[in-house]
Design a protein around this ligand. Structure first.
Ligand code: ADP
Ligand code: MG
Length: 623
């Protein structure tokens, strides 16, 4: 049989690679901005038309390229940034894969103009779908201009999957923010459809944050500075009272590169513990500087994930630095402005000496000693000795905390239960009719509902189950387009940014079908006079913020249905949370409502809502 394996032609390989590198216009923006930074530019201009669907152009005043380099830059794996594998371990540039330009040129119309300072004339190259259409000498200023038009022109499926202009623009702005925040020493300008969106002059870091997020931001920033042998931290965290419902103001940069790290995010959250309301997220803009050798940024093609050598240490340093700042810059409001600044420092590390904690040990303690009553009376009050032999009844009870019904199971019943002497009492728990009539559901750890069923038992996740119930109810309202709303006594006025307003505008009709009634809907704010019957007024802003963030974070290739997303988002916001204690009636109601659903087995986000265990399963465990 003839050989069948062939090497893919370059343009096909490039198109495949592009699938990874370029998911949406924002990916192109990121790659181009990073190239300009790597080229040493101190002024970078981003020009966008139709959220990048028509045009993305980046103009920089960096070092430019020679004629040969300009041509080579579009070859796959062509890079000036690393020469050998070792260089990967001491990376100082954003790019290193040499894939971006080749990928972009494979799926768009690209025009490159570039000139180096010492040259009189520059080069212009035009490429369409990896094919060079034109290469000439041209007059152009020092630096590089890269123009990307008709993105995905040869991959219609990709093009069709692009989200609305608002959503794509949001992604572009996010990338722009990330790059601009990491480089306050570079001037950035952004234009969209001919008007200026951002004008960020070279400045210090605080000024950059304020220029991006608005003047109001200034008063909420608390500086964080720390320098240790392994890690330098600088930047700001937001005061807790300004915390947001969404995670839009959370930025970590490692060696000037934006990264996402749930682990380090947790370090910050834990530093804020006790200062924040549930469900709100602290803002932070933090730059971490570490030895490039101690990180691996190669693990993800879009490069926002990163691997650290010693994450635990970083976690601890970060947490304590943030905690320290929150303490030092006394976050409570200060009315007396002339007060001695030092008074604002609640503790002073240098002058404080830690004292060794004292531990008292009961040296007569013998866990194997039969008669423990003597030792116990001796050590009473210390609270450290176990008393399970002395009072078996109490221990029994603690296993069933929250489970006792007002019926037969009183304290006395439990105190009579003893393993060996009175085994007949076990019949209380073996699911005979007597008990089942009394109580069929139990709540475990305020998280699961346990319900007895014919074949054994069923365990429901309360949060997920309730999401399913609410989701199906909401979908019904949305499709039947009739719902009940409750009138508010006073109209509720909420403010949103322009891009948030766009998102809400798109969902306005659907929101009305769930029961929202809007009095006005314009210029940065909305007024609400009615809300769905099951939505408390205090939750309205939370629901809308959650909804906006869900729309923004919508994964690129899932089917976008506004109605479905709204139902999912509201179900998530309104569902009973883990940790909430439920009365027996509520537990039973939840179980019944779940099984009245069309798809009771999974939550709206496809997670398991309940599991069952049959008596057979138990029998197998008890052999
Ligand atoms: P990478 O950035 O990973 O090296 P790219 O495909 O993004 O790969 O770019 C390829 C090469 O083109 C870069 O290594 C660089 O030498 C050159 N280049 C790209 N953009 C610019 C620019 N704006 N200014 C100067 N040189 C550039
Ligand atoms: Mg690059």
């Amino acid at each position: 049989m003839a050989d069948i394996i062939q090497l893919l032609p370059d343009h096909v390989a490039n198109q495949i690679a592009a699938g990874e590198v370029v998911q949406r216009p924002a990916s192109v923006v990121k790659e181009l901005l990073e190239n300009s930074i790597d080229a040493g530019a101190n002024s970078i201009k981003l020009i966008i038309k139709d959220s990048g669907k028509t045009l993305i152009q980046v103009i920089d005043n960096g070092k430019g390229m020679s004629v040969t380099d300009a041509r080579l830059s579009f070859e796959r794996h062509a890079t000036s940034k690393i020469r050998s594998a070792e260089d990967l371990f001491s990376l100082n540039t954003k790019g290193f894969r040499g894939e971006a330009l080749a990928s972009i040129a494979a799926i768009a119309h690209v025009e490159l103009k570039t000139k180096q300072d010492q040259d009189e004339l520059g080069t212009i190259i035009e490429i369409e779908g990896s094919e060079i259409k034109n290469q000439e000498v041209t007059v152009t200023p020092t630096g590089t201009s890269l123009c990307v038009k008709h993105l995905f022109f040869n991959i219609p499926a990709r093009r069709n999957f692009l989200k609305s202009n608002n959503v794509e623009l949001r992604h572009i702005v996010d990338e722009f923010h990330r790059v601009a925040l990491a480089h306050p020493d570079i001037e950035f300008l952004m234009y969209h459809n001919g008007s200026e969106s951002f004008n960020l002059p070279k400045s210090n870091y605080r000024q950059r944050v304020v220029n991006i997020f608005g003047n109001k931001t200034n008063e909420k920033l608390v500086p964080v500075e720390e320098e240790t042998e392994v890690l330098k931290i600088s930047g700001f965290v937001g005061k807790p009272e300004f915390a947001k419902r969404t995670r839009t103001e959370q930025f970590f940069f490692v060696n000037n590169r934006f990264i996402k790290s749930p682990y380090l995010n947790h370090a910050i959250n834990s530093a804020f513990e006790g200062l924040m309301k549930d469900g709100s997220h602290p803002s932070y803009f933090l730059n971490l500087t570490v030895d490039p050798k101690s990180i691996d940024i190669n693990i993800h093609p879009t490069k926002t994930e990163i691997k650290f050598d010693d994450e635990h240490t970083l976690y601890a340093i970060l947490r304590s630095a943030v905690k320290h700042s929150l303490g030092q810059f006394n976050i409570a409001p200060v009315l007396d402005f002339d007060r001695d600044r030092n008074l604002d420092t609640p503790y002073n590390y240098e002058n404080k000496r830690a004292s060794t904690p004292t531990v008292e040990v009961d040296r007569t303690f013998n866990p194997f000693q039969e008669d423990r009553t003597v030792t116990q009376s001796k050590s009473s009050g210390s609270g450290s000795s176990s008393n399970y032999r002395k009072e078996p009844a109490k221990q029994w009870e603690s296993l069933y905390v929250g489970l006792e019904s007002k019926g037969t199971k009183t304290d006395n019943d439990f105190s009579e239960v003893q393993f060996e002497s009175q085994p007949e009492n076990a019949s209380l728990f073996n699911g005979d009719k007597h008990v089942e009539n009394k109580q069929t559901t139990y709540q475990l750890h305020n998280k699961y509902i346990i319900s007895t069923i014919k074949s054994g038992m069923m365990i429901l996740d309360q949060h997920r189950s309730h999401q399913r119930v609410l989701y199906e109810g909401l979908l019904k309202h949305l499709t039947v387009k009739e719902s009940v709303s409750q009138q508010l006594l006073f109209p509720l006025r909420l403010e949103f940014t322009a891009s948030e307003m766009d998102i809400l505008q798109n969902l306005k009709e659907d929101l009305e079908h769930t029961g929202f009634v809007f009095l006005s809907f314009s210029e940065g704010n909305i007024e609400i006079t009615g809300v769905p019957i099951n939505v408390p007024e205090s939750e309205v802003s939370i629901i809308l913020e959650q909804l906006i963030s869900d729309v923004e974070q919508e994964v690129p290739d899932s089917h976008f249905s506004a109605t479905d997303l709204l139902a999912k988002s509201m179900a998530k916001s309104l569902a009973i949370k883990t940790g909430q204690s439920l009365s027996r009636l509520e537990q039973e109601h939840l179980v019944n409502s779940l099984f009245a659903c069309k798809e009771p087995t999974v939550s709206p986000t496809n997670k398991v809502t309940f599991i069952t265990m049959s008596v057979d399963d138990f029998d197998k465990k008890f052999i």
